[in-house]
Design a protein around this ligand. Structure first.
Ligand SMILES: [Zn+2]
Length: 362
């Protein structure tokens, strides 16, 4: 059994998109109600469980939110469950205390009510209370449908569907990777990825490219009267630029990571100390634009899916400073030095390739 998710754009009709937006609102309201009832419990010194919060919400929902019967109750139920998970993460010290959600934040809700409550037929998905909504493409996997999350980005609707497939996860491809080499991958700002075999993948740096447009759209928004119809138009324009940027970034990440896992039998990567790197103000913008951690996460899950072993070097392993031929470690290496030159053995090589070879698992 393998778990697969696919995010597909929806083509809802007008009635459906209104309903989807209302469901997102209902989920938000339920989450915030759960938060405030949990908080009041903390103030009075009694710890409210998931069961208490749910019971309390269901008792008063028709009174406070008279429109709630037109909504699928899955939206509120799942939102309260999500709140409970947030509390768990807070208690374990993983996250900070949950914050209330506001209208301008990410809009989404979870539509399913356990197994089999959402159906998919060809290019359509059946969502409770919304009905059959059209999808832009068919679901790639067959199997039992689990979690279904509807979300909105740049005034477009998306559905993310989790499928428990019957196929064996990793063993299938094992025979295919025998004759392929092990590959070390060095990630960076100028080139997204440099492999130890010498191939490189461009980093499109979309934020840099769209910065002018982004500033223009942001300026336009700030000059409009808040919540006026021109303000809404400007908000859409700005959201669209952000959407373009994230699409370009994601596309390059997917293409590079797929290409790398296809040619490797083992992969070695570095562990990025992103919060440390972000302290360098000159690099911060370029680093956030590259979203390198996201890229490495993608590389990892694609490798796991294919059954390719992936080794992560320690955060303190100096992959750039070490000579890949004799192992000599330089005390200092300037970022402007694009070619690695070893003072011990005279080895010369491109800086990024040298690092990638050092990261290569043997
Ligand atoms: Zn050397």
């Amino acid at each position: 059994m393998a778990l697969r998710t696919q995010k597909i754009q929806l083509n809802p009709n007008n009635k459906q998109s209104t309903l989807l937006a209302q469901h997102c609102g209902y989920a938000r309201v339920a989450y915030n109600a759960a938060l405030s009832s949990f908080k009041s419990g903390l103030d009075d010194g009694n710890w409210k469980t998931l069961y208490d919060i749910k019971k309390e919400f269901n008792a008063k929902k028709r009174e406070v939110f008279p429109w709630c019967d037109a909504m699928s109750q899955n939206a509120s139920k799942n939102a309260i469950h999500n709140f409970n998970d947030a509390v768990k993460r807070w208690r374990s010290g993983q996250n900070r205390f949950p914050k209330p959600k506001n209208r301008s934040g990410r809009q989404s809700y979870q539509a399913d009510n356990g197994k089999g409550s959402v159906r998919v037929h060809k290019k359509r998905v059946w969502l409770p209370k919304v009905g059959w909504a059209r999808m832009r493409e068919e679901l790639r996997w067959t199997g039992e449908i689990g979690r279904v999350v509807v979300s909105r980005k740049d005034d477009k609707w998306f559905v993310s569907i989790l499928v428990r497939t019957d196929e064996e996860n990793t063993m299938v491809q094992m025979s295919l990777i025998d004759d392929k080499p092990a590959v070390g991958v060095d990630v960076g700002i100028n080139t997204l990825a440099t492999c130890s075999d010498g191939t490189t993948y461009e980093n499109p740096r979309p934020l840099k490219r769209y910065l002018r447009q982004l500033r223009r759209a942001g300026r336009g928004l700030s000059r409009k009267v808040y919540l006026s119809s021109n303000w809404h138009k400007a908000r859409k324009r700005l959201a669209h630029v952000h959407y373009r940027i994230s699409c370009i970034r994601e596309d390059s990440h997917h293409k590079a990571s797929t290409s790398i896992v296809r040619k490797a039998s083992a992969i070695g990567i570095e562990t990025l100390n992103v919060s440390g790197l972000l302290k360098n103000r000159k690099l911060a913008k370029a680093l956030s634009d590259s979203a390198l951690s996201k890229f490495l996460t993608m590389l990892k899950y694609k490798a796991v899916r294919r059954g390719i072993p992936i080794t992560e070097a320690s955060m303190f392993f100096a992959s750039s400073k070490t000579c890949s031929r004799c192992g000599h470690k330089k005390a200092e290496l300037n970022l402007s030095e694009r070619t690695y030159h070893c003072t011990e053995c005279g080895f010369e090589c491109d800086r990024d390739i040298n690092a990638a070879v050092n990261l290569c698992p043997v």
